[in-house]
Design a protein around this ligand. Structure first.
Ligand code: CP3
Length: 341
């Protein structure tokens, strides 16, 4: 029997819809915090196949989600390309910023990333054998634009100004950076699929920072190239795109990139997206993660309404952004029960 998530990604409406949650492995779970402490640093956790497998499985054991997402991070690609990366507790990622096209010369070639990323592929292979038979394994990467924002700024920024500025001052130089990340991402996701990932997702957290022209050039075009190349090498592999903040660009993104599902952010009404996105493209999302902090009837009623609104349409239940560390695991349990009715 085909897994529910794969059925939806092939265009079927399934009731009740499959459910998984962005950042379902993480600090809101006491069992994650324990393994995280054991691992030492966050990067050590990402590069330890045994521990990364364990934290990927934790939310599956606890909540029985329909999909597991590989435990890793979108910034492993810059790290594997040779950019220094650390995660500062309470502050987030820090990278050695790349200021111009010349600095690109210091980065390694896209196909040299396996030396660093081999443990991630091992995590995927382990999960392929340890996951329950009806759980779909999702691999992922950051989309090139979002990864580039961190590579250029050296950290998270409020408005992605450093990358936007470079993209206007030297569009061709900036495009060379985007291309290097795109090539590495194609290679990385191909390896994840070969190791056992059944679906891949592209996180474009900062897509909403771009004006329409740059959105086409730095979000749609690289995503289209990733999807086309992956599907040429691995026919039928479904891809989920998350162009957070895409707003009015969500329709053209869905049409042009060739994705199989659009992950909706919190602010976009699903019934509006339904009219923008081709019917062959499934929708995913978009419960406000804050409801997993607050719980109660607002949580269960909003969840049931989303499920009701999407009845008859290919739909995957999820949040509009990742679970936060202050979410209550009991609320997650109540959510799963509400969605499964
Ligand atoms: O469960 C899962 O979703 C799988 C693992 C996963 C992580 N990060 C683990 C993680 C995934 C899919 C990501 C994606 C990711 N990473 C994104 C895109 C999605 C989004 O949330 O917008 C981004 C922008 C990053 C970059 C990143 N990683 C930041 C900015 C931070 C620091 C902020 C924070 O939440 O602490 C991280 C660290 C990180 N990645 C943690 C986890 C569980 C927390 C670190 C820790 O446990 O110490």
């Amino acid at each position: 029997m085909t897994k529910t998530l794969l059925r939806v990604l092939s265009g079927e409406a399934v009731s009740p819809p499959p459910i998984w949650l962005m950042r379902q492995a993480g600090r809101y779970l006491p069992e994650y915090r324990k393994v995280r402490e054991q691992a030492g640093s966050f990067l050590d956790l990402c590069y330890s196949p045994e521990l990364a497998e364990e934290v990927t499985l934790q939310p599956i054991r606890r909540f029985g989600f329909d999909a597991a997402i590989l435990f890793a991070d979108i910034l492993l690609i810059p790290h594997a390309l040779g950019q220094e990366l650390t995660f500062v507790a309470g502050e987030g990622p820090r990278l050695e910023p790349i200021g111009d096209a010349q600095a690109l010369g210091a980065l390694g070639p896209a196909d040299a990333i396996d030396e660093t990323l081999a443990p991630v592929y091992q995590t995927v292979s382990r999960l392929k054998h340890s996951l329950p038979a009806d759980t779909t394994l999702i691999g992922f990467a950051g989309a090139p634009w979002t990864v580039a924002t961190y590579m250029v700024a050296g950290q998270g920024t409020a408005d992605q100004a450093p990358a936007r500025r470079w993209s206007y001052e030297d569009p061709d130089g900036f495009e060379a950076l985007i291309e290097r990340v795109t090539d590495a991402t194609i290679h990385y996701l191909g390896r994840q699929i070969e190791a056992g990932a059944e679906v891949v997702m592209l996180f474009d957290t900062w897509a909403g920072a771009l004006a329409p022209g740059p959105f086409r050039r730095f979000v749609i075009e690289p995503t289209q190239r990733i999807v086309r190349t992956l599907k040429a090498g691995h026919p039928g592999v479904p891809v989920i795109g998350f162009p957070r903040g895409a707003a009015a660009m969500a329709g053209v993104y869905s049409e042009r990139t060739g994705i199989n599902a659009l992950a909706a952010d919190t602010a976009t009404p699903l019934e509006w997206l339904d009219g923008q996105v081709p019917p062959r493209v499934a929708l995913q999302g978009n419960l406000d993660p804050m409801l997993l902090v607050t719980g109660g009837e607002a949580l269960t009623e909003t969840a049931r309404r989303l499920v009701g609104d999407m009845e008859g349409r290919p739909y995957i239940f999820n949040l509009g952004h990742g679970i936060t560390p202050d979410a209550d695991p009991d609320h997650v349990e109540a959510l799963v029960a509400a969605v499964r009715g």
